[in-house]
Design a protein around this ligand. Structure first.
Ligand code: NAI
Length: 431
């Protein structure tokens, strides 16, 4: 059987005949990913990944698929699944299978089907996981202890996933190294902040066909994601009201020029509410009474747990999809509120995901994280992504855009020893 035939026999995708559109989408991602397609490919040529089994469990769309192909081209045996049952692109999944990569995923699959897909990936006994939300890692830890004990490393994409890995470590249940790819500057700052900021607002405007000027937008959680969203809301004429539980973050939102309020106050005047906390049920049943009529609710945090949509359904007299991806819930029989993408990540389930150029950075971090796991001898536990690799990615990105950096010249560096010289001290006074 050919590589494609073998992959097809082992895979579960919606429809292999969709592959042609998927190939086009992956090629578009490649064209706009100069770092992954250049610098990273070269770095992976050393053979460290040859024959290594790598599971890629990230939202399965074109940019992720391109990452999977780069790893496969470097000799890895790649198997892929979606990290969320809502976000897989069926054409892209089909294209990966045609390229000989095993895939277990389809869009909007039922929760139990998605769980079964992840277990199929677990059963391939991956050595390394590129994970999102630690979705595969925690399931292998719970349900496949043998596979878990042989796992050689995890590189994690999200804030939520890194938190889960640290919990496993604290519980003494992380016997392998894990890289907090999320915490790399080239990932966290650009992906969470600018990527999610742009793609969340883009998806909300696309799904609702509304505009932002004059609208009050409550942003629940002012971390990297929240502040990125706030930046785009503000740029497009919306008025931000930030909700926080951390006083430093709340002060930051205030200093950035936004209104800051507690949740119940913010909900009362909001046209649009966006959750970005990474926690569970930031909008729960007890908050529904504070929502103004016709409020639009959207979630940008991990998974679909931030807005309690099941409780909203139970509290409503009707629930109807009034536009694709927009569900109207009638609270108390007379107050409509609208939920986007059923409370799943609005930018991915209801939009196109992050801009390609941003994912070029994020997935370069992931690829180098995987390479580091396969080539180094990191000790068990959660590791920071090395700063020197972060800088190499940033340098490659700047070079790909034709941007050159300055370097410190003689006399511009070493400020302490300069200051300590008596002449400098006298001439600069005693401040
Ligand atoms: P972060 O930790 O920097 O920020 C979260 C903020 O929420 C913190 O400042 C925290 O104090 C605040 N918070 C927590 N619970 C709260 C509550 N109940 N009410 C008000 N504030 C609360 O995390 P980051 O990087 O901003 O990520 C947030 C979430 O977004 C995570 O789940 C992450 O995985 C997810 N994410 C989603 C992306 C997407 O494409 N939609 C992309 C990147 C991250």
């Amino acid at each position: 059987m050919s590589g494609m035939g073998e992959a097809a026999a082992r895979s579960r995708v919606a429809d292999i005949s969709l592959a042609s559109a998927g190939h086009q989408a992956i090629d578009w991602a490649r064209r706009h990913s100069p770092v992954l397609d250049g610098f990273i490919r070269q770095r992976l040529e050393d053979g460290a990944l040859t024959g290594r089994k790598v599971a890629v469990v990230v939202h399965l769309e074109a940019k992720t698929a391109f990452l999977a192909t780069v790893l496969a081209d470097a000799g890895a045996i790649v198997v892929a699944a979606g990290s969320n049952p809502w976000t897989t692109r069926d054409d892209v999944a089909a294209a990966l299978v045609e390229r000989g990569i095993e895939v277990h995923s389809s869009r909007r699959s039922a929760p139990e089907v998605w769980e079964a897909d992840l277990m199929k990936v677990a059963d391939t006994e991956p050595e390394y996981i590129i994970d999102d939300g630690a979705e595969l890692t925690v399931r292998i830890a719970r349900d496949r202890p043998d596979v878990y004990s042989r796992l050689k490393g995890v590189s994690e994409e999200t804030t939520t996933g890194v938190a889960r890995l640290r919990q496993l470590e604290e519980a003494g249940r992380l016997p392998m190294p894990a890289i907090a790819a999320n915490d790399a500057a080239c990932k966290h700052m650009f992906d969470n902040r600018y990527g999610t900021g742009q793609s969340t607002i883009q998806a909300i405007l696309h799904l609702t066909n509304l505009r932002l000027p004059g609208k009050r937008v409550a942003i629940v959680g002012y971390g990297w994601v929240g502040r990125g969203i706030a930046n785009y809301v503000h740029s497009l004429g919306g008025r931000v009201v930030a909700v926080e539980v951390d006083p430093i973050k709340a002060l930051e939102a205030h200093t950035d020029g936004h209104e800051v309020a507690n949740l119940m106050t913010a909900l009362g005047g909001a046209d649009l509410v966006i959750t970005a906390t990474g926690g569970m049920r930031s909008i729960a049943e007890r908050h529904f009474s504070a929502l103004a009529p016709s409020t639009v609710l959207a979630n940008a945090g991990h998974h679909d747990l931030e807005i309690d949509v099941p409780a909203l359904r139970d509290s409503s007299t009707s629930a109807e999809e009034v536009r694709p991806g927009v569900t109207r819930f009638m609270l108390d029989g007379e107050k409509p509120v609208f939920v986007l993408a059923e409370g799943a990540l609005v930018n991915i389930a209801g939009g196109l995901g992050h801009p390609v150029e941003i994912m070029d950075l994020s997935f370069s971090v992931q690829a180098l994280g995987c390479h580091l796991l396969a080539s180094g001898d990191l000790s068990p536990g959660v590791h920071e992504f090395p700063a020197e690799l972060d800088e190499e990615i940033a340098t490659a990105k700047l070079a790909s855009e034709g941007i050159r950096l300055d370097v410190l010249e003689e006399g511009q560096s070493d400020t302490l020893s300069g200051l300590l010289k008596a002449d400098t001290w006298r001439s600069s006074g005693s401040q």
